[in-house]
Design a protein around this ligand. Sequence first.
Ligand code: GDP
Length: 362
Amino acid sequence: MKTVLVGVGQAGGKVTSALVDFDHEMGFGSIIGALGVNTAKADLQSLQFDTVLVGQDRVKGHGVGGDNELGAEVMQSDAREVMAALDGRITAEAESIVVVAGLGGGTGSGGAPVLAKELKRVYDVPVYALGILPGRGEGAMYQVNAGRSLKTLAREADSVLLIDNDSWHSSGESLEEGFDSINANIARRVGLLLASGEAVEGVGESVVDTSEVINTLRSGGISALGYASAEASEDPDENINVVTSVTRNALLTGTSLPNAVEADSALLVVAGDPETISRKGVERARRWVEEETGSMQVRGGDFPLDSGRLAALVLLGGVERSGRVQEFMQRAAAAAEEAEQRDEESDEEDKLFQNEDLDNLL
Ligand code: GDP
């Protein structure tokens, strides 16, 4: 799927960078353009692609400090500059636009929904978002911001591919230490998904096509992606269990959104040397995905790759009713309530102090 990426905010820029690097290293050529957008000048400096600094009149290049309402406002007022920078990059070749952002911060959290809306207004290709959820250990502000942003983003974008920062990082690392490895993991998985419809070698009936990705995401709302791989045998008949077990692992343990299994639609892509892919294994794996997700719309296809391993990518569309998303929304709502209560309490305290001041005066 020929894609133009727009990375908004710090996480958005870094994840976009990782995706661009992976696509380049693999020689896929599915990312045909990238742009970084931020309110913080320093965060744009390390990016290898063109960038736009927004909100200079409001924050003078210093970022919005986690204020996602301000993030949304500056994106709204500078939308024209961002759209102008994208003009000419989103060519007729483009099959999708992906807005990438961390949902817990300020610039990406507030800016991504505004930008997605603007892009949808102007372009005919699907506008997706790659949204990063704060990990459980991140503070209340991150949860509140992400809750708000996710709701709006799911409404504005054609689908929000959601990645929980608690997934895909090695245990024993702090979240910050883990960012590079999380970003590399995101890049590998999302990069393979974007490239999966691009295969030119071994084009045949079973090869997955870009339209399957688009159709799987057509149900809108929130989507998730699972991935797992394993060593393969040269004989496809010996790989029945390899295909079924990588599929199970992709959905049950290798997903971007743990425990999000119920879905409206799904796509199972089996990647590897076409000579080694067991058709029987693929058929069984697909039926298993149908049972597990409760979806009658499970598409499938191969992604021919020169590799001694077999991998499964499972894309789930319409997971917003799954337990994981509901749990996150409750966590965000509880954090918002607590923050409100704290505000009220500090208002009360302010009043008390004011009264004391008055008392002292009298
Ligand atoms: P912004 O620049 O104001 O949009 O804020 P950030 O992009 O820093 O957003 C903060 C959120 O993104 C937090 O939930 C962080 O955990 C997460 N985050 C920041 N940097 C990275 C990164 O490089 N990778 C990932 N996966 N998450 C990040």
